[in-house]
Write a new protein. Sequence first.
Length: 119
Amino acid sequence: MGDISTHFNRQEFACRCGCGFAVVDKKLNEVLEDIRDYFAMPLIINSACRCAGYNQKIGGAKGSQHVLGMAADISIMNIHPDRVADYVEEVHKECSTGRYNSFTHIDVRNVVAHWDERS
Ligand SMILES: [Zn+2]
Ligand SMILES: [Zn+2]
């Protein structure tokens, strides 16, 4: 049992720079819970909340949804990132997705976008 929802703790969403920013969008949290239930495997949040300084430091997009606490880059144990993106696009049509080699970006911005950054 997590401290903000069934499977997640706020700390998992926290900005990795240590600034303490860890405000997670409720809708994003719900979608992640559904993904976690569907695949029934541990879901790892590689990066969720980012303060502006940290986002810039790691080369994140300007205006990134991560800065708003509305995005998460996730990977699921034993599940190919493509399958995660396919599932989200099929079931959570209101979510945006980004496909990367080792993780899936998911966000809950108002205007849906899908992109592919795999090499
Ligand atoms: Zn930070
Ligand atoms: Zn991302």
